[in-house]
Every structure is written in C-alpha cells, then in structure tokens.
Design a protein around this ligand. Structure first.
Ligand SMILES: [Zn+2]
Length: 380
C-alpha cells in the first residue's frame, strides 16, 4: 500500500450543501430551449433542474459511500465576494434582473424568482468549502451546488451558469496566500468562464477536458481549442483538451496520464480544484463523450494521488453539469469513491454496456501532446 491509499490520509469527504439551491426553477419546454411550441403532450423539465441534485444528495446520504461523508451547511455569498471574480456591472445586471422578476440571460439560461438567491447560495457554499480546506478543517471538500458556474465569465452569463462558483473559490485561495492553484475541469463542456477569469495569470493552471463542441454563440465566444493557451504571463497556463466524440474511460485515462498528470506535476500547485460534471457520461443528453462510473472513479483516484503528492491532500471538488437524473448521481458516487482512494469499488454500474474504441482519442491526445511540447512551458 503506498501513501496515497494509507488510512492516515483523508478518509472523509466534507460535503457542503444548502437546500435553498433547489429553488432555482428552470421550467419545462422542449429540452433546454425555454419554449413550448405546443406540439407535445408530455413536456420535460429543463435539463438543469433540481431533481438531478436531489438525487445527488440522496445517493450520498443513502449509498454505501455515506459512511465516508460528513455534511456541512452552506451560506449566501456576499456581493463583495462576487466582485473578486465578476465585474460590478455584471452583478448589477443580475440583481436588476432579479428585481424585475426574471430574465433570460442567454440561450437556455433563465433567472427566475428564487434563482438569484440560489446562485448566491451556490457561490457562498463553494466559498465555505474552500475556506474549510484553507483553515485546515478538512482535506477534501465537495461543494454540491447549483446553478452550475464554470461557464460564467467575469462579465457574462452562459450555459445555465450565472456566478462562477469554482472561480470564486480559486480567487479566495489566492487571496488567502496560496501561490499556485490547479483546476482540472472534467465537465463535458469547456470550462470557458473559469479559463477566462484566469487567462492572463500564471498562478492558476486551468485544464479542461471536454467534448470538441467549439463556440456556441455570443455568450460562449471561446472555442475550447488546443491553441487557446492563455495570454501574457498566463500563456501556457490554460490547457484545453478537446476530446473526440465517443471518448470513454480508456481515452480519458490516457489523456490524464499523458497530459494532465505531467502538467500538474510540473506546475506544483498548493491546492487543487476538481470541477466535475457527470455530463461526460455515456448516457448524458447534453454530451457525446462516454465515461462510465469506472472512468469517473479512476479520474477521482488520479486527482487524489496528485493532491496527496503536491498539495498535502488538499482538494476542493465543485459540482457543475450532469443531466441524466439517475446516472449523474451514480457517477458522482463513483468519483468520490475514487477521491477517497478506496481499494474496492462500493457501488456497481447499472448502465455501462457500450463498447469503447479508444483509437481516435489516443491519436488526438498524442497530437495535443506534440502541440504542448512545442508551445507550453510546463512541457518543455
Ligand atoms: Zn456541462
């Protein structure tokens, strides 16, 4: 048994959660369009609905992982805290939208009565989780939050996100004396908001593994492509790993070993943030990548090992997307099993039955590695 599986290191995950986040109501319609042309008898909920998070809470309370979980309350963020990542103008826009009774900020992204308070809970709860680690009260904390945050840019809402929960937590770590923070984002979509917030900084290494979806309009001008490497001092500290459709457990594992582990090792962070979305699963309606529970478990194990090696085990995990109301909860369970470095899996996979062909993913990862060797300081 090596040190990373030693029972002396973190045996517990401190989960931060607040019920008020359920009160962000996103409505029903044709999937996430926020409209109902009237053709259907049965309308479905917007994919970013409270059911998905209720199931996440439930599986952590009732699943076999429950014995390793300690529950903590969240809180509302202060406006002054939001200004560490967002502009005053943008926060004013959100507060005005709340006062006016709601607003569609961009495609699929609606602020309804209750949404602003839920957003403040998501941001504040993530900050509480980060502070818990910074104060030395725990090694691994998980902020179970919604609305999600990683698409929210300093001055713009995007992709169901209003406030960048993870970005605010990173900024808190920096303001509390951390010199270097590494962010690994495994949501199926590009973590463009977090990337944008630290694009000119070499204190924050942002790595995003995502579906190669490109830009999706004015709220999301970034492509998430390999050549978006950061600017100025931040050049080489924003690493994008756009994976081909169909990439599954083995493709991800290859990317983690060839790209993510070497980058983080060279960077030597003081603290790590794992930004998780279960929309990279094989069954998610919003993604075309194919992770199963075992893939999530392995990513959890890898990140935990990196944290043990570089950050004395300090790891903040922040919830983002994940829209299959059953499988997202199961994949979350698996990710946290991995982060606990448990020798055996606690929960079997009820759904993983598609075969994986990783040849294309391996080819793409190899070409990204070559590009980084030519351009990225961490790979020289
Ligand atoms: Zn996503």
């Amino acid at each position: 048994m090596d040190s990373s599986t030693s029972p002396l290191t973190s045996e517990r995950i401190d989960v931060f959660w607040e019920e008020g986040m359920l009160k962000h109501y996103t409505g029903t319609g044709v999937f996430d369009t926020l409209t109902d042309p009237g053709f259907l008898e049965v309308l479905e909920k917007h994919p970013e609905n409270s059911d998905r998070v209720k199931n996440m809470v439930s599986i952590l309370k009732k699943g076999p992982i429950s014995q390793y979980i300690s529950w903590n309350a969240g809180r509302l963020a202060l406006i002054s805290e939001l200004l560490t990542f967002h502009t005053q103008e943008y926060i004013d826009e959100l507060m005005q939208a709340d006062k006016d009774g709601g607003k569609i900020l961009c495609e699929g992204t609606i602020l309804n009565p209750g949404s602003w308070k839920a957003s403040l809970f998501a941001a504040g709860t993530t900050l509480s989780a980060m502070k818990h680690i910074l104060d030395g009260n725990g090694k691994i904390a998980y902020a179970l939050v919604r609305p999600p945050g990683h698409h929210a840019q300093p001055s713009r809402a995007d992709g169901y996100c209003f406030l960048n929960n993870a970005g605010l937590a990173v900024q808190l770590a920096l303001n509390s004396g951390c010199k270097k923070v590494a962010v690994i984002d495994i949501d199926v979509h590009y973590g463009n908001g977090t990337a944008e917030g630290f694009y000119r900084s070499d204190n924050v290494l942002t790595i995003s593994l995502h579906m190669n979806h490109g830009t999706w309009g004015p709220s999301h001008p970034q492509n998430g492509s390999v050549d978006e490497l950061g600017e100025g001092e931040g050049y080489g500290f924003n690493l994008n790993i756009p994976l081909p459709n169909g990439t599954g457990d083995r493709g991800y594992e290859y990317a983690m070993h060839e790209l993510v582990i070497p980058a983080v090792q060279k960077f030597e962070p003081d603290i790590m943030v794992l930004v998780v979305g279960q929309d990279s699963s094989a069954f998610d309606p919003n993604g075309r990548l194919c992770l199963t529970m075992e893939g999530y478990r392995e990513i959890g194990r890898i990140v935990r090992k990196l944290a043990d090696k570089h950050t004395v085990g300090r790891l903040l995990i922040v919830q983002e997307g994940g829209y299959h109301v059953t499988y997202a909860a199961y994949c979350l369970h698996a990710t946290l099993e991995g982060a606990l470095s448990l020798p055996l899996s606690l929960l079997s996979d009820p759904l993983a039955y598609y075969p994986e062909d990783e040849a294309l993913a391996v080819k793409v990862v190899d070409s990204i590695k070559q590009c980084w060797k030519d351009n990225v300081l961490l790979f020289k």
